[in-house]
Design a protein around this ligand. Structure first.
Ligand SMILES: NC(=O)c1ccc[n+]([C@@H]2O[C@H](COP(=O)([O-])OP(=O)(O)OC[C@H]3O[C@@H](n4cnc5c(N)ncnc54)[C@H](O)[C@@H]3O)[C@@H](O)[C@H]2O)c1
Length: 328
């Protein structure tokens, strides 16, 4: 009997990619043609499903109760809030997410922001393009332009993206230090990264890049008390989540020169108009619109992994699946 796989969000997984990832002799694929707005739409579409691939359609208690063959749910994106993790857990159905498809892109984007700010590229470009000035860089005080291999990069969070950033920036000769309560000195040493506490990171780092998740314990964690400890007037880059920074405190730290510049791919509330952001209109701030994850390669890898997790599950390689609801 072929396993019945339901791709529940239209357009998220290309037909060509899904057909390449699933052996047609073992799996039968079903693609939603329209968005499944309600749980009843999901139930009606997926009745005999062995596995689902979803992004933002409802997998509620009722859906779990109504799909008797359901054995696996593959979340194709990193975070989701439409899957009832408790209900699936109680039913013994593993749910995976897709945390690794854009690690390289976010690391590249982080380094691009660091390099652009460190070399003052935006300001120099503006002088030339808008003011027709040819300053040979002398418009910028020399103390604000530092050779990268004299600089220390401090990473908040030392997970997958931070490690990829460390590797890239070490190639430019930076010293890398990190704070992460869940990573030991011994684990970081082979990567030539020194684990430090928060005060030391703030004291030493010329460039600070943020890579921890946003949750209750990290909400507004980068705030005035930390900016006050930053002795090097650092560049701060955030490609994690806006909520980990107290934005009002960062704006003030920029005003007071405690922070030299900021590169932000994320803001605390992405639903309100960016016009209202305290970071608009500043020469020393770059904002990109939560775009760090984005590339053709990431888009393809996201789709491939969303499928692969199901294949791995059914073919005895469950340990490779990033299960998020605790089902062993
Ligand atoms: N801008 C984008 O497009 C984009 C894309 C993907 C991920 N992200 C963000 O990047 C973050 C990091 O992603 P990742 O793949 O490296 O995740 P990861 O899980 O591999 O690493 C996160 C690290 O943060 C550490 N951490 C947890 N609590 C901490 C704390 N209080 N202080 C310091 N460190 C702490 C964890 O121990 C872990 O090592 C994600 O949480 C996500 O918010 C952004």
């Amino acid at each position: 009997m072929k396993k019945q796989i339901y791709i529940c969000d239209p357009k998220i997984i290309g037909k060509d990619i899904a057909e390449r990832m699933f052996d047609a002799e073992k799996y039968e694929l079903h693609f939603a043609q329209t968005k499944l707005e309600k749980e009843d739409d999901v139930i009606a579409f997926c009745k005999d499903a062995d596995a689902l691939i979803v992004t933002d359609c409802d997998v509620t208690q009722k859906v779990v109760d109504s799909l008797p063959n359901l054995k696996y749910v593959s979340g194709a994106i990193i975070g989701f809030n439409t899957i009832d993790l408790e209900a699936t857990k109680k039913a013994g159905i593993p749910v995976s997410n897709n945390p690794r498809y854009c690690t390289n892109e976010v690391a590249d984007h982080t380094c691009a922001l660091i390099m652009t700010l460190n070399r003052h590229i935006l300001q120099l470009n503006k002088e030339v393009q808008e003011q027709f000035l040819w300053t040979r860089g002398q418009s910028i005080p020399a103390e604000k332009v530092r050779r990268l291999n004299t600089q220390t990069l401090g990473l908040f969070g030392f997970g997958a993206i931070a490690k990829a950033v460390a590797k890239r920036m070490q190639a430019f000769g930076l010293t890398v230090i990190a704070y992460d309560p869940y990573v030991t000195k011994e684990q970081a040493a082979p990567l030539n990264v020194e684990m430090v506490d928060i005060p030391e990171l703030c004291k030493r780092a010329n460039i600070i890049s943020i890579h921890m998740p946003h949750m209750a314990s990290t909400d507004k964690m980068i705030n005035k008390s930390l900016f006050d400890m930053m002795e090097q007037k650092p560049i701060i880059v955030n490609c994690a989540r806006g909520g980990v920074i107290n934005e009002a405190d960062l704006a003030k730290a920029l005003d007071e020169g405690k922070v030299m510049a900021a590169g932000l791919d994320v803001v605390a509330d992405e639903r309100i108009s960016i016009k209202k952001s305290p970071f608009i209109g500043r020469d020393n701030v770059i904002i990109t619109p939560h775009a760090a994850y984005y590339s053709l390669d990431a888009r393809i890898e996201m789709q491939e992994l969303g499928c692969k997790h199901i294949v791995w599950f059914f073919e005895g390689q469950k340990d490779k699946c990033p299960i998020v609801n605790g089902v062993k």
